[in-house]
Design a protein around this ligand. Structure first.
Ligand code: SF4
Length: 373
């Protein structure tokens, strides 16, 4: 349960944005901040792409983006949309025909920049296709592909140029009476991204898709994203996020959730609080946490678990968690339930036992939530 009313220093005041729909997922307004990722299979390989979409959805992705570079991919997209458990965003660059085909294939959203797809007639055709097929649009401004006239005006990619680019694309959609759009202003530089996002957040009430583009590999990209997205989310900016990593899309989803969980913006699965371990540890904390992370991946219920090596911090952390284990002496430790010391458990049976206790608690929390509905 959130206790933010007695802990005002934890409050985040979200920027007020319009709400749009991406398929059946609401983005913006008071909707939960949606987590996205993108497939990296060949879109024409329908089986591989659907498997990747499914894995991402199982990890908690609310929306998945798929690249549509050619006509064969547009055809494959239709099947992918049919098989997908979550709304699919079609990633389109420059070619207006792909945009029309993707809307016809059932994409829930087009990631397309209307200023980059040719003359007014083509733009109108894409917007009409989006409207006819209940398809929203994401304007995706990227520091690496800013329009020539803006680079000439500003000399280099800068926050002002990115905001101006975004507003130009927005104007095209609004001039065509199309309002189901969200916007991103991504850069691989954290400072540039953060400044551009703050600028666009002030300039429009459109929902904002957050991302640090080309952030890097699993560790460096996670850190960059946590700093960039974390700061913006903390300021209340952001309605949907995608963490871009040179890693499996499932990792992007996990990192996205961890960022939101750290800020108390979304809760899913077991939040494990564990100590780094030291010579005082009563059991192997690192191996235990690794094993528990894997064994508890199937739990979707938001709950907390503390795994602490010794009594220095164990009882204190256990006070605030649903289930806890604190190392003790003689090959065993103390299990805590709802913050209270409950019973002793030997180290060699502890992992199985903690999994059971967490599953029991999750079932109990689910039943309470169901009864309250
Ligand atoms: S809780 Fe105990 S085992 Fe863990 S790091 Fe602190 S002193 Fe070391």
């Amino acid at each position: 349960m959130s206790l933010n009313h007695v802990r005002p220093w934890r409050n985040i005041y979200r920027r007020k944005s319009r709400q749009i729909m991406v398929g059946d997922v609401a983005v913006g307004g008071d909707a939960p901040i949606a987590v996205q990722t993108m497939t990296n299979t060949l879109t024409t390989d329908v089986a591989a792409t659907v498997a990747q979409v499914q894995a991402a959805a199982d990890a908690g992705a609310d929306i998945v983006r798929v690249s549509v570079p050619d006509e064969a991919s547009s055809k494959a997209l239709k099947e992918i949309v049919r098989e997908s458990p979550v709304p699919i965003v079609a990633d389109i660059h420059f070619h207006y025909r792909r945009g029309i085909e993707a809307a016809e294939a059932g994409a829930a959203c087009l990631r397309i920049n209307p200023g980059n797809i040719g003359d007014e007639k083509r733009v109108k055709e894409v917007i009409k296709a989006a409207r006819d097929h209940n398809c929203s649009i994401r304007i995706g401004v990227n520091a690496g592909s800013l329009e020539k006239h803006l680079l000439e005006k500003y000399g280099e990619p800068c926050p002002e140029a990115m905001v101006e680019s975004g507003l130009e694309h927005i104007r095209i959609l609004q001039d065509n009476d199309f309002h189901e759009f969200k916007i991103s202003v991504k850069a691989s530089d954290v400072f540039l991204s953060a400044a551009a996002y703050q600028g666009i957040a002030e300039a429009t009430d459109a929902p904002i898709h957050l991302g640090i583009t080309e952030a890097g590999g699993l560790v460096s990209g996670t850190i960059k994203s946590a700093i960039g997205l974390g700061n913006l989310l903390w300021m209340g900016i952001g309605d949907t996020i995608r963490v871009s990593l040179s890693a499996d899309p499932v990792e992007e989803v996990k990192v996205g959730y961890e960022i939101l969980k750290s800020l108390g913006l979304r809760h899913r699965g077991v939040n494990i609080i564990s100590c780094p371990s030291c010579a005082r540890q009563g059991f192997d904390v690192i191996k235990t946490v690794e094993a528990l992370e894997q064994r508890l991946e199937h739990i979707k219920t938001p709950m907390s678990l503390s795994i602490i090596g010794c009594v220095v911090n164990g009882p204190g952390e256990a006070l605030m968690t649903d289930v806890g284990f604190t190392g003790g002496g003689a090959g065993s430790g103390m299990v805590y339930l709802a913050g209270k010391a409950s019973h002793k458990m030997s180290n060699d049976q502890m992992i199985d036992h903690i999994v059971e206790e967490v599953e029991k608690k999750a079932a109990e929390l689910d039943a309470t939530a169901e009864a309250a509905e």
